[in-house]
Design a protein around this ligand. Structure first.
Ligand SMILES: *Cc1c(COP(=O)(O)O)cnc(C)c1O
Length: 393
């Protein structure tokens, strides 16, 4: 049996006609820049995520960059983030001449550890850190209550890298009651990616920023179009960060399916968890399952759930590298997210040697993502688990 890491043909089988109709609609409209498809998607995503504003941009990478530009981050500034993420999380910081500072991750959730953030901010006597970028890795929110509390204490803006987590929910405590907040709606801005492998993926690159404050949203709108207002009168130095209407039209076809895709992914994760638990591999500590927890080890926080959208189903495993070879030989797709933590990337030069994040380094050596996409069948999942059992035997 062949089990790919991701198979977009499954959704294409029922979306193809609608996607072609949407793309045709854009072509026939001759509105190829901005226009109604982009505006409608912006409104729909903002509404879906509980945000006041949606600003379509070229990619998740540019969503992060344009947010940092809007905050005025520049040379010499420091930005605090997670060392365990896709490169784009720190790419924007570096491109602006700023310096990424890394707070190590919590080994259970793989998300940035608020206790580490607290230590670093307390040591930043000169107040060089200008913003915090938590990442909601694999589709599960970082501990935003703790992060927002620290951000408030130090007067720092928070930009959520929600590229993998559109629709994930976090149980924020408000007046003693739980209020579920969607990923991206808690900080000053939230960044989404529509890269095809994300839960909501386009037919190419795309991204969006969501924001609550009108003034911040207006700045983002200026910056994504060369800072021009009106046309040819440049208030700020921005760039061309505009979302393609072809992508917006395709994404609007997919958005109504998003919740059902999240559910299928969560169901697949629950099936894997059950199957793995039955094998004894978990009890033997060969395999550590993903769980909705924070550093305190509680599955239920404040009586609420940290609702995971499972963009990736990631295990921590013994003999990971040998297992990858075995799975590949058996036609099972898998991937390491990510093999080199950000603070160890070559492009950092001097900075890379100075920083230590032992948990991120350990995770990079021990984690592996398995197929979890909607449409993955139960016999495929059974096959994956059987092969992993065979490997450890
Ligand atoms: C995918 C991703 C990005 C970048 O998104 P693109 O649309 O590919 O530019 C940024 N951060 C994280 C965590 C991602 O997974």
């Amino acid at each position: 049996m062949k089990v790919p890491l991701l198979d977009l043909q499954v959704q294409l089988s029922y979306l193809e006609n609608d996607l072609i109709a949407a793309v045709t609609r854009v072509i026939k409209s001759t509105r190829y820049i901005q226009g109604p498809e982009v505006e409608n998607l912006e409104r729909e995503i903002a509404e879906y995520s509980g945000a006041a504003h949606g600003i379509g941009v070229t990619s998740g990478t540019d969503a992060l960059l344009v947010c940092l530009m809007a905050l005025g981050i520049g040379p010499g500034d420091k930005v605090l983030t997670s060392p365990y993420s896709f490169f784009a999380t720190m790419g924007g910081i570096l491109r602006l001449g700023a310096i990424p500072i890394f707070a190590d991750i919590d080994p259970v959730s793989f998300n940035i550890d608020p206790a580490k953030i607290s230590e670093i901010l307390a040591a930043d006597k000169k107040r060089e850190i200008k913003a915090i970028i938590p990442v909601h890795l694999y589709g599960q929110c970082a501990d935003m209550a703790a992060i927002m509390k620290l951000a408030e204490q130090y007067g720092l803006p928070v930009i959520e890298d929600a590229a993998q987590a559109i629709g994930a929910e976090y149980p924020m405590l408000k007046d003693g009651k739980i209020e579920y907040k969607k990923a991206g709606s808690m900080g000053i801005a939230g960044c989404f990616s529509f890269f095809p492998s994300k839960n909501l993926g386009g037919i190419g690159d795309g991204g969006m920023v969501i924001a609550q404050e009108k003034s911040f949203a207006e700045k983002l709108i200026l910056l994504r179009n060369h800072g021009a207002q009106p046309k040819y009168y440049h208030k700020l130095v921005g760039g061309n960060f505009r979302l393609d209407p072809l992508q917006a039209a395709a994404l609007r076809v997919k958005l109504p399916y998003l919740e059902s895709w999240h559910r299928q992914r969560a169901d697949n994760a629950a099936s894997y968890n059950r199957l793995f638990a039955d094998t004894g591999l978990v009890a033997d500590k060969k395999v550590q399952l993903p769980v909705s927890v924070f550093a305190d080890g509680q599955d239920v926080i404040k009586g609420g759930r940290n609702v995971h959208i499972y963009n990736q189903y990631v295990l921590r495993l013994k003999k990971r590298n040998a297992l990858i070879q075995w799975l590949t030989r058996n036609d099972i797709g898998c991937e390491i997210y990510y093999p080199v933590p950000l603070h160890k990337q070559e492009c950092l030069g001097q900075l890379a040697t100075k920083t230590h994040c032992p948990e991120a380094e350990k995770a990079a050596n021990e984690t592996l993502a398995l197929p979890i996409y909607p449409g993955l069948t139960s016999s495929m999942q059974l096959y994956v688990v059987e092969k992993i059992v065979q490997f450890y035997r």
